[in-house]
Design a protein around this ligand. Sequence first.
Ligand code: DOR
Ligand code: ZN
Length: 345
Amino acid sequence: MTDRLTIRRPDDWHLHFRDGAVMRDVVPYTARQFGRAVVMPNLTPPVTTTALAAAYRDRILAAVPEGVSFTPLMTCYLTDTTDADDLARGAADGVFTAAKMYPANATTNSAAGVSNIENLYPVLARMEAEDIVLCIHGEVTEAQIDVFDREKEFIDRHLRAIVATFPKLRVVFEHITTSDAVDFVMESGPQVAATITPQHLHINRNAMLVGGIQPHNYCLPVAKRESHRLALRAAATGGSGKFFLGTDSAPHLKRDKESACGCAGIFGAPYALESYLTVFDEEGALDLFEGFASLHGPAFYKLPVNEGEVTLERAEVAVPPVLHVTGEEIVPWHGGATIGWRFVG
Ligand code: DOR
Ligand code: ZN
């Protein structure tokens, strides 16, 4: 049995750092494990311009602990009025690594998202021409569409058309939650890939609703039924370069999760690698972990792999039930549970 695993330093291809004091307290968790992270732009106000992204990047870098090497990769929040020239300039200058499309009101701080996807097509054409990666939150938002069907509906109504209309546009289907998404990505060309979160590999929708409402298992897109979880596990641990690590770590304070209208998001950063590795271990795929965590993402984004390595070892690790950011309680993913791997460094 393998009890110790050393891999090339990994990256997190999707997370939320927030801003201000919360950001300063959460950045070190990610910088400890990952060489780079794709930072989502859903702040208030959203990160819609090169100037805003450059300033946000500086604030993140100021929160990286002394002696730690970590690079935030910035994204542009697409809106109905995105300035394609500014986006192209920001990408050419190395400020933007990608642009993120939120359908308006799909999730946290997405009110300024895209209200009509077809209206964004001129921007997508420019992104295709400039080879800028499009990250997509793939859920429709119509009130009559069941929350468990929103990802599949998005594929059928929008994603197929986007991929067909812009065949060279590189698209990351973010935090996929369904077998439909796995199938779509597998059937598409090499320009289409997906991130997968740890929570969608570990839990199905029962974890939100059985034995009482479980707000710490609530995120968007919501976890789906067991057959979908199994499809995601097969995709993540199957060795395909189309799937890579993206925690969607989304810190919300404990009291904001445990309220009458609990926030969507799971704070996955503190034990991220341990969480994913547990899944690869259970699936007998430890040898494929490095690809998922450290190699597939850079290949898709056309970036070099990181220098350096990280090591994990088999050990019983008790995850604290709460951590603290800005002096307030926050519940980490796996909080209060025991996991079978330890991050050594
Ligand atoms: O659960 C989520 N939380 N899903 C998202 O898409 C956004 C995120 C957040 O920013 O809190
Ligand atoms: Zn996200």
